[in-house]
Write a protein that binds this ligand. Structure first.
Ligand code: BGC
Length: 259
């Protein structure tokens, strides 16, 4: 890889390179990814998420990131929304203008690349299940991302059940994510232990419904797992994600269309 990030023959030989883009509430991050290992082949770049994060505004920022990366290849893009066959269906933590938008078509037109669009937690979960904390684990694996909201990815023997949206399970009189997301810890200035007990209640609800073999905790907060996981008691083994905030980018790239 040269200074500007252009691909060398060595990069090409390492495996298929696709570009992963992770659209979050505050930032949009992108990097080229070696899809055979899930590794970012150069440091990711990040631009602020526009406000309001309308489809057109986000598409403009994604196009800018792709230009800056200057790396050929198809794109995989995450959205914090239910995404069915490239079409966004919900918008809990993003502009409502996304609902029923052909996100894959819009982003392909904006970037001139083949594009696949998937739910953010599904993308992060696929990367962790394949290359990170869930590698080689069969049975039911649940990845939960604790961030602005709560995202979920459910695997059965390595196969993803997409768009599970378990952050919206009812808990404590409302949506679970409104009570136990990582953003709530900051907004309500909760100590780690107090917040951990909320996460514990949420994980216990998940285990009551799904009986997972493994639960993986993802999202930026997974870097601080030592602050809260010791306060959580569950029947299921709970482990922090290993790829942290790179999981979304890596997982997105795995979904990029061939070509
Ligand atoms: C959305 C999910 C998303 C999660 C994490 C939730 O509010 O409904 O689609 O995966 O937040 O961003």
């Amino acid at each position: 890889m040269d200074d500007r990030g252009a691909m060398s023959d060595a990069d090409r030989d390492a495996g298929r390179i696709a570009v992963g883009v992770d659209v979050g509430g505050t930032g949009i991050k992108a990097a080229p990814v070696d899809t055979s290992t899930g590794t970012l082949t150069r440091e990711r770049i990040r631009l602020l998420t526009p406000h309001p994060a309308t489809p057109e505004a986000v598409a403009g920022v994604v196009a800018e990131l792709v230009d800056q990366l200057d790396c050929p290849g198809p794109l995989g893009v995450t959205l914090p929304a239910v995404v069915q066959h490239g079409v966004a269906r919900t918008a809990a933590n993003i502009d409502p203008g996304w609902i029923d938008t052909d996100a894959a078509g819009l982003l392909a037109a904006a970037t001139g690349r083949p594009v696949a669009v998937i739910n953010d937690a599904d993308a992060a979960g696929v990367a962790e299940r394949r290359f990170g904390a869930g590698a080689g684990v069969d049975g039911v694996v649940v990845m939960v991302t604790l961030g602005t909201g709560i995202g979920s990815a459910v695997f059965v023997d390595g196969r993803l059940v997409p768009n599970t949206e378990l952050g919206h399970l009812p808990l404590h009189g409302g949506d679970a994510e409104d009570w136990a997301a990582a953003s709530v810890r900051e907004e309500e200035d909760l100590g780690w232990k107090k917040w951990a007990h909320r996460v514990e209640a949420y994980l216990q609800l998940l285990e009551k419904l799904l009986w997972p073999d493994l639960i993986i905790i993802g999202g930026g907060v997974s870097k601080h797992a030592d602050r809260f996981l010791p306060h959580i008691e569950t029947r299921t083994t709970v482990v922090p994600a290993q790829m942290h905030t790179d999981a979304g980018i890596a997982g997105a790239a795995l979904f990029a269309p061939a070509g």
